[in-house]
Design a protein around this ligand. Structure first.
Ligand SMILES: *Cc1c(COP(=O)(O)O)cnc(C)c1O
Length: 361
């Protein structure tokens, strides 16, 4: 079974062995305030700093999901108002969640073929929320420096759920970064990583929210001791620790991911007549906003259906389209746990399988 689903996605193959090891080592029953657990937590945090080049003075926490990070930002880091700059379903969902918790949400939407137009906005001293990689439509914002330059007083919060662990990120341009582990980090679902700048913690201290189990300061206090604010997903922390020890530095992973993304876009930019994918095109034409980690391919409805069905018969799962592109796109995860030979198998299928339904062939 090969999967290109963009989350939950393929886990690193060595996870199989590490699950056995965790059982044998008694990790699954370990007390979460014990020295063993603190050692694993510390190892995972140090591994993330080292392999993802996260600045020394940024703090790392483990929470349950990216969705939880949306709430923590609204509860603990927003004074009055957050601005949400987005072009797709995940950015929109984030704004929807924030709206339930903060007094004012400002929505700035932009075209999927363009970068957002950044102009000073009301929330420019409060919180600016941006989705670095929009998983729903395969776009990304490669350079976040313009956000830092335009909103120099704001806390900049970045949803990097489908890019963190896959490409190199410019940490200094964001104050809060987060990703759940079931995407580019190649682990089973059920945990997320949240990274905060010293400025984010200062902001949390000014607001001083301590009302919730997951108030950021409460999380922060626990993590100072390498402990957590609730009984955490110890197994996933254990797996993350192991995987971070195994993987290459993100600068090396990032190069491979970008090279592979380039080859996927080349593949679909050229038409391959008479095949399963003839007439399909990347959903996004502007190469400067194309995602490196989630490749969205557009076609007509019957053809997309056929591509998904035939891939499935061949034992390969490709990702469904999402939201408004549900029926007219499919998505291919380009995450680090996916191997070059798996990509070759899928490309061969696309190239060699004759199409039947598509009228454009
Ligand atoms: C998957 C995803 C989420 C949601 O992650 P959960 O772990 O389900 O909370 C949020 N944002 C983006 C960009 C995603 O791709």
């Amino acid at each position: 079974m090969i999967t290109f689903y963009p989350g939950p996605s393929k886990v690193y193959p060595q996870v199989a062995q590490y699950l056995q090891d965790a059982f044998a080592e008694g990790i699954l029953s370990v007390n979460h305030r014990s020295p063993e657990c603190m050692k694993i937590t510390r190892g995972a945090i140090e591994g993330l700093h080292q392999k993802l080049n996260i600045p020394e003075d940024y703090f790392i926490y483990f929470i349950s999901s990216a969705t939880e990070a949306w709430e923590i930002i609204a509860q603990s880091l927003t004074v009055k108002e957050s601005a949400h700059i987005y072009n797709g379903a995940f950015g929109e969902k984030w704004a929807d969640y924030a709206e339930k918790l903060v007094s004012k949400v400002e929505r700035i939407t932009f075209d999927i073929e363009k970068l957002p137009d950044l102009e000073p906005i009301n929330a420019c001293e409060d919180v600016v929320c941006v989705t670095q990689n929009e998983t729903s439509n395969g776009t990304q914002i490669k350079d976040l420096k313009p956000f830092r330059d335009t909103f120099s007083e704001a806390i900049i919060a970045v949803d990097a759920t489908s890019s963190l662990g896959g490409i190199e990120l410019d940490w200094q341009y964001g104050d809060v970064w987060f990703a759940s582990v079931q995407k580019c980090l190649g682990l089973p679902a059920g945990m997320a990583v949240m990274v905060c700048s010293p400025q984010a913690i200062q902001r949390a201290e000014q607001i001083n929210d301590r009302k919730y189990y997951n108030s950021l300061l409460f999380i922060h206090d626990n993590f100072q001791k390498f402990q957590t604010h609730y009984t955490p997903n110890v197994l996933n922390i254990y797996l993350l620790n192991k995987i971070m020890a195994d993987v290459a530095n993100i600068s090396i992973i990032s190069e491979r991911i970008k090279r592979q993304a380039g080859s996927w876009y080349d593949f679909f930019d050229k038409d391959v007549p008479q095949t399963l994918v003839c007439g399909t095109k990347p959903l996004i034409q502007n190469s400067t906003v194309r995602s490196d980690t989630v490749i969205a391919i557009a076609g007509n409805e019957s053809q997309i259906k056929e591509i998904k069905a035939i891939s499935k018969e061949e034992g390969i799962t490709v990702g469904n389209g999402y939201g408004e592109w549900n029926n007219t796109t499919f998505r291919i995860a380009n995450f680090p746990a996916i191997e070059a030979n798996e990509i070759a198998i899928l490309q061969r299928l696309f190239q060699n399988f004759p199409c039947s339904t598509s009228k454009s062939c």
